[in-house]
Design a protein around this ligand. Structure first.
Ligand SMILES: [Zn+2]
Length: 468
């Protein structure tokens, strides 16, 4: 596919900068990791995490057993003492969730939630420490807001404007009006496979440095993986390829598991018994599950009207344009979604998704393309690659073709993706290189309805007037 043919291009979109964080040395030396690109400050991680932690506490049944929380805090802090937080002081909180599903999650800023199911599934303390070290590594590497940063720039398909808008509300200034403010579990906790590998590698180092048997990391995940049904953990933390091999490799780099490394403790066994005796909570919602995005309809429940023939004017920062006057406007000028009533839907996973409408956004560019490489093409390929990474079923159906947009050279690409309303959608992507970065327009409609919207999409694009 074309997106792969120039995988080595040096022109980096802002959003892709987090991709290659693992740099291993030729010598057997521990892997060095650092946080990826992030549009948010560590302070924002903390304030955002605190806000969502209080929502999670309201919505999830907690174990409410001070002994268990005290134990988790003690174990957690022992691991934190050996965690590189890159100079950031996180407030660290550890909570037990009364949910039998094997899961654990950490919100940005250090709010860690561990399901009782994860404690019960651990055969010895080092396995529980492994899950916690993995979660702590997500916090230290700031994967939640790194992921949100990527989503802000690659907002197509699953998530689109609603993600950044509904999660970051006032924080990033991209509030999507009408959409709820709470969408934990969508972007902040949806990690990429490469983030999973990083959390495994760093978590293995933390285990090793804390005196725990680092082999517990691989052992626990291997156990989860061989379970009959995939545990809930893998829905937020996708199982990376070669997980066990990568962890073993890191242990070799660390010099092997020390013979005196700790596997278990009487304290863990006592806490596990305590947890197993806790009454099961009435009906545990998945602890990290997103709340419904309030104020917008559920996917597939609303009939969307054909676009109005009348147009309204809009300044989107990089350009002015006209759009059907019955469409609503979401987001801010650098990141706007225009959609008919019912076009932005709650996908049932706490995310606002665009089923019908169009988005206008700018991807910031880093660096310059190598001599001889076409900047627009290279940036477009990067953008499409990042969109494909965010959307498993997204595919190019028509390769980029040169077109003209308001006299500027542009690329027109057609893609297909899962529609939040079910079935497939058509995504028409137009990219233009401008001083602000790669300006891109994404027009979205379910495949069967695309023809009734394509005229409006073309009219909007024809109306675009870049600022000179
Ligand atoms: Zn993970």
């Amino acid at each position: 596919m074309f997106a792969k043919s120039r995988a080595r291009c040096v022109l980096l979109l802002f959003l892709s900068a987090a991709l290659s964080l693992i740099s291993s040395s030729a010598h057997a030396q521990r892997t060095s990791l650092k946080p990826g690109m992030n549009a948010f400050s560590p302070q924002q991680d903390i304030s955002m995490g605190a806000k969502y932690a209080s929502e999670v506490e309201k919505q999830s049944p907690l174990c409410n057993d001070p002994k268990v929380d005290a134990y988790l805090t003690k174990l957690g802090m022992r691991l934190v003492d050996h965690l590189n937080t890159f100079g950031v002081k996180y407030p660290w909180e550890f909570h037990c969730v009364n949910d039998k599903a094997i899961n654990a999650f950490a919100l940005p800023g250090g709010y860690v939630f561990i399901n009782r199911g994860a404690i019960e599934a651990a055969d010895y303390e080092a396995e529980l420490a492994a899950v916690m070290a993995h979660e702590l590594s997500h916090v230290a590497l700031r994967h939640g807001t790194n992921q949100a940063t990527k989503a802000q720039y690659a907002q197509i398909g699953s998530g689109i404007a609603g993600i950044a808008g509904s999660i970051f509300g006032g924080l990033a200034g991209a509030a999507i009006s009408g959409a709820g403010q709470f969408a934990t579990g969508s972007v902040l906790l949806k990690y990429s496979r490469s983030a999973e590998t990083q959390a495994d590698v760093m978590g293995t180092q933390v285990l090793y440095d804390s005196g725990f048997d680092p082999r517990a990391m691989a052992a626990f995940f291997e156990k989860l993986n061989s379970a009959q049904a995939p545990p809930e953990f893998f829905s937020d933390h996708p199982n990376p390829e070669n997980r066990v091999e990568r962890v073993s490799e890191e242990i070799r780099k660390l010099g092997g598991a020390p013979p005196d490394a700790q596997k278990d403790s009487p304290e863990f066994e006592a806490i596990k018994r305590e947890v197993m005796a806790l009454p099961v909570a009435a009906k545990a919602k998945p602890a990290a599950a997103a709340a419904a995005v309030s104020g917008i309809p559920k996917a597939g429940t609303v009939k969307v009207s054909p676009p109005s023939k009348k147009y309204a004017g809009l300044d989107v920062g990089a350009a002015k344009l006209k759009y059907p006057d019955d469409w609503k406007k979401y987001g801010d000028s650098n990141n706007v979604t225009l959609a008919p009533d019912g076009g932005v839907v709650d996908n049932g996973r706490g995310q606002a998704e665009v089923a019908y409408g169009m988005m206008v956004s700018v991807a910031k560019l880093e660096g310059t393309p190598p001599a001889g490489q076409d900047a627009l093409q290279a940036a477009t390929e990067k953008l499409i690659t990042s969109m494909e990474e965010e959307n498993a079923n997204m595919k190019i159906t028509r390769d980029p073709k040169e077109v003209s947009l308001n006299g500027e050279r542009a690329l027109s690409t057609f893609l297909t993706n899962d529609s939040p309303n079910g079935g497939q959608e058509t995504d028409w992507l137009i990219t233009v290189m401008r001083p602000e970065g790669l300006v891109y327009f994404v027009c979205v409609a379910p495949r069967e309805d695309y023809n009734s919207f394509s005229g409006a999409f073309t009219n909007v694009l024809d109306s675009v007037r870049f600022k000179r």
